[in-house]
Write a protein that binds this ligand. Structure first.
Ligand SMILES: NC(=O)c1ccc[n+]([C@@H]2O[C@H](COP(=O)([O-])OP(=O)(O)OC[C@H]3O[C@@H](n4cnc5c(N)ncnc54)[C@H](OP(=O)(O)O)[C@@H]3O)[C@@H](O)[C@H]2O)c1
Length: 330
């Protein structure tokens, strides 16, 4: 497996193109930059990593919109965030990423925002069926939810991102891209299916989309930056307790104890995602993950070459326009 350095994204003409990239070791997840007046949308903001991303962004004074499948679960998450961040500015929008009609309603609402500083494409299915299932619109369920739905949402929300100076898109990749080789001819697992294979493909696509979106935005002269992130191995069982959000049984805690040394809680796993959304020193197309791969502070890392390749990005874009029936003009 070949990986490329974080400078893979730079192009001729970029003033930093020949300089080695030095990470900003001064980035501290505990001291986030004040962001009052800015608006972020977090898909899957009601649970898991998305909950902690929302809570941490809200702690900066930003307005945070939880895009959730269930408005009831989003309301419960807003209540918990307010308990931990008094005065948090929050809202919710209904979004089912496995349903184009729901994505269209949410995306059209986001497009009307006066400003949209960040769209965090976090939601995802992380464990799934032993059999291939499909979304309402006929796409393989894991790829449809984790990637295709996010492509459509971003295309629809793009006007608000494009009119907001310095806005960001953050996509959620995974180390599954290291373990699952990309099969670009079977992206929706029509030939062969296992959940893990399909999950790996969905994350190759989430990464590939992030890098391609950044290339296209740059080429079009847009002031929109895309950063790809991954949270290592982040578990509810190791997370800060948030009642009603990440309740786990004592048995589950004990069962996962052997993994505790290698993994981290989702409150820490949120750090690379939050850094990708907020750190002004990041360059578009960079890849942020935990220092020790599965856990640790958020640092610049190297994505697998297959999902970072411009050829894959171009092909994926064409396929995604075809799958969603939506032309995405950046
Ligand atoms: N945890 C890790 O170690 C890890 C590692 C690598 C990458 N990631 C990525 O990080 C992201 C979050 O993972 P997580 O561990 O936080 O997962 P999680 O705890 O299972 O949370 C998943 C979130 O996605 C939402 N979601 C699922 N299907 C949806 C749909 N059809 N429409 C809208 N929202 C939907 C869930 O909403 P409901 O509450 O309605 O189910 C929930 O809010 C995923 O993209 C995952 O691939 C996680």
């Amino acid at each position: 497996m070949t990986r490329r350095g974080p400078s893979h994204r730079r192009q001729a003409g970029d003033p930093q193109a020949s300089a080695p990239r030095v990470d900003q070791v001064t980035w501290l997840p505990s001291r986030l930059p004040a962001s009052a007046g800015r608006t972020f949308v977090v898909t899957g903001g009601n649970a898991g990593l998305g909950y902690f991303v929302s809570e941490q962004l809200a702690s900066t004074g930003a307005h945070v919109v939880l895009a959730s499948r269930s408005l009831e679960r989003a309301a419960a998450a807003q209540q918990r965030i307010r308990e931990n961040v008094p005065g948090a500015s929050l809202d919710a929008v209904q979004l089912d990423l496995a349903d184009f009609a729901s994505i269209r309603r949410a995306g059209e609402a986001l497009a009307e925002y006066g400003r949209l500083d960040g769209l965090v494409l976090n939601a995802g299915i992380t464990s799934g069926s032993r059999w291939r299932e499909i979304t309402r619109d006929g796409h393989e369920m894991t790829v449809g939810t984790n990637y295709i739905g996010h492509f459509l949402l971003t295309a629809l929300a793009w006007p608000a991102l494009a009119r907001t100076a310095g806005s960001r898109v953050v996509t959620l990749g995974s180390l599954a891209t290291v373990q699952v080789p990309l099969d670009a001819d079977d992206l929706q697992s029509e030939r062969k299916y296992s959940f893990w294979r399909s999950y790996g493909f969905s994350k190759h696509m989430a990464q590939g989309f992030g890098f391609e979106l950044d290339r296209r935005a740059r080429a079009a002269g847009r002031d929109v930056t895309t950063v790809v992130s991954h949270p290592g191995l982040s578990l509810d069982t190791l997370s800060k307790r948030r009642e009603g959000i990440n309740d786990v049984t004592p048995l589950a805690r004990v069962a996962l104890t052997p993994m505790a040394a290698a993994a981290q809680g989702k409150n820490r796993g949120a750090a690379p995602i939050v850094r990708a959304a907020l750190d002004p020193s990041l360059v578009g197309g960079e890849y942020v993950g935990p220092q020790y791969l599965l856990k640790g502070r958020p640092v610049l890392q190297q994505p697998v070459e297959s999902s970072a390749s411009p050829e894959f990005g171009r092909r994926l874009w064409e396929l995604s326009e075809d799958w969603t029936g939506r032309t995405f003009e950046v």
